[in-house]
Design a protein around this ligand. Structure first.
Ligand code: NAD
Length: 376
């Protein structure tokens, strides 16, 4: 058994798919772990630390993947760089399958089996492997910290001898994993926090974190929940009611953090130019949906756009700015995933075709691109 750990191809990607901690665990299978030189450098892991954990350091990609049974990466590696991979080698990474058809076709040509970690089913058994959750949790935290840093005023109410400073008003739009952590972080910093989502189930979660839930009540029969616990696209009637409610609320906010996503669809537009104009100058918006087209009108990916005196931050890879801890959790997710399919007696990985984690996450196998979510 040989496991290759790649240095990332994507510009600005600072994370790495294995840490010395997980290298040691894989080495416990009597596996050879080959780390591509410099793979962990931007995440605070020098090659030497991988060596100490029992890995070898391969001088380049070709040497790392030669003869490898498993290839670990954070983002999709360039297909051409996998030309020398062993037939049937299992590549696991965040593959963004809805937007990466050509890459998947090329993986099929290269003969690798590809696992999209971002397609793992959101079921209890897969929780410890769930890279979307581990990364979104940190993203929600960092969005608030970045907003607080960019904001020219303070988050908590402060009563000082020189006078009182009022608490910042923070509004979180989209209360999945990132949104929940954003609420908790903004509360810890002392802000006055409110939040909204289309899924009715989130109302209780918002309130349990001590924030105010802003919800469309007057439109009947809308749950907002589609398959797999994800949001569905909403009716025209709902969208209008939501826009009206949000317009009234947003005008009073200092900070807005948007995190709304719908799998396989462009991010829903939640904040219009007119709504930004209604905010006080000096306000900050962080659009975490930037990689999927953004929730906020006028956002510019990886730039700070200044619109009506409000600054809009739109990071497309906020986890890279927390590379060390993001890698630590991602690497553990990877270990939890592979170890669930390790057959200790056979000393081999076994991928049952009737396992819902396998069928959910596998997007390329046997030279063919195929997955229920891509085909359906
Ligand atoms: P996500 O990243 O897909 O979306 C973020 C949030 O945006 C979601 O809460 C969604 O409802 C919301 N949203 C979408 N359109 C919106 C709109 N127009 N206005 C306002 N909000 C909008 O979500 P996620 O963080 O990946 O979580 C998805 C689901 O998976 C949730 O139900 C979550 O609880 C569940 N989950 C389950 C597990 C598990 O193992 N059981 C693990 C993680 C997440």
């Amino acid at each position: 058994m040989k496991i290759a750990v790649l240095a990332e191809d994507a510009p600005g990607e600072a994370r790495v798919a294995a840490t010395p901690e997980t290298v040691k665990k894989f080495a416990g299978w009597d596996a050879e772990v080959a780390v591509e030189a410099g793979a962990g450098a931007k995440a605070g892991v020098a090659d030497e630390l991988y060596r100490e954990a029992g890995a070898t350091v391969a001088p380049d990609r070709a040497a790392a993947i030669a003869g490898a049974d498993v290839i670990l990466a954070v983002r999709a590696p360039a297909a051409a760089s996998l030309a020398g991979a062993k037939d049937g080698a299992v590549l696991a990474a965040i593959l963004n399958p809805f937007q990466a058809r050509e890459t998947l076709d090329a993986y099929a040509q290269a003969g690798v089996t590809a696992i999209a970690m971002d397609f793992l089913p959101r079921i209890t058994r897969a929780q410890s492997m769930d890279v979307l959750s581990s990364q979104a949790n940190l993203a929600g935290y960092k969005a608030v910290v970045d907003a607080a840093s960019a904001y020219g005023r303070a988050f908590p109410m402060m009563m000082t001898a020189a006078g009182t400073v009022s608490a910042a008003k923070v509004f979180i739009m989209g209360v999945g994993v990132a949104g929940l952590q954003a609420i908790a972080t903004a509360r810890r910093l002392g802000a006055q926090v409110s939040a909204t989502d289309v899924r009715a189930a989130t109302k209780e979660q918002i309130e349990s974190l001590g924030a105010k839930a802003i919800f469309v009540e007057e439109v009947e029969g809308i749950e907002g929940e589609g398959t797999g616990g994800y949001a569905s696209e909403m009716s025209e009637e709902y969208q209008q009611a939501q826009a009206k409610l949000v317009s009234e609320h947003i005008a009073k906010q200092d900070i807005v953090i948007t995190t709304a996503l719908i799998p396989g669809r462009p991010a829903p537009r939640l904040v219009s130019d007119a709504q930004i104009a209604s905010m006080k100058p000096g306000g900050i918006i962080v659009d975490l949906a930037a990689p999927q087209g953004g929730n906020v009108e006028g956002m510019q990916p990886d730039r700070v756009a200044e619109v009506h005196g409000v600054r809009i931050l739109a990071p497309t890879n906020i986890n890279s700015s927390l590379a060390e801890v993001s890698s630590q959790l991602y690497a553990r997710n990877m270990w939890n995933f592979f170890s669930a399919f390790w057959d200790e007696d056979a000393k081999a990985l076994a991928w049952p075709d009737d396992d819902e984690i396998v069928t959910g996450a596998r997007v390329v196998h046997g030279g063919v691109v195929g997955n229920p979510r891509l085909d359906g």
